[in-house]
Design a protein around this ligand. Structure first.
Ligand SMILES: [Zn+2]
Length: 58
């Protein structure tokens, strides 16, 4: 699990806004993006992010 202090200093690389932890993802509500956490390491790269709405598109 991610350290809360680490979480506090992490921001979305796209909008520099706050992010929240949800399972193995760090979520930016503003950009509707989720960033993966791999082996406890947050991957704060827009290229690695997935869209939050992706599952609902069909
Ligand atoms: Zn953002």
């Amino acid at each position: 699990m991610l350290d809360q202090r680490l979480l506090d200093i992490l921001v979305c690389p796209e909008c520099k806004g706050d992010i929240r932890l949800e399972g193995d993802w760090l979520i930016c509500e503003k950009c509707r993006l989720k960033y993966p956490v791999r082996d406890g390491i947050p991957i704060m790269l827009v290229d690695e992010a997935e869209k939050l709405d992706e599952d609902q598109e069909s």
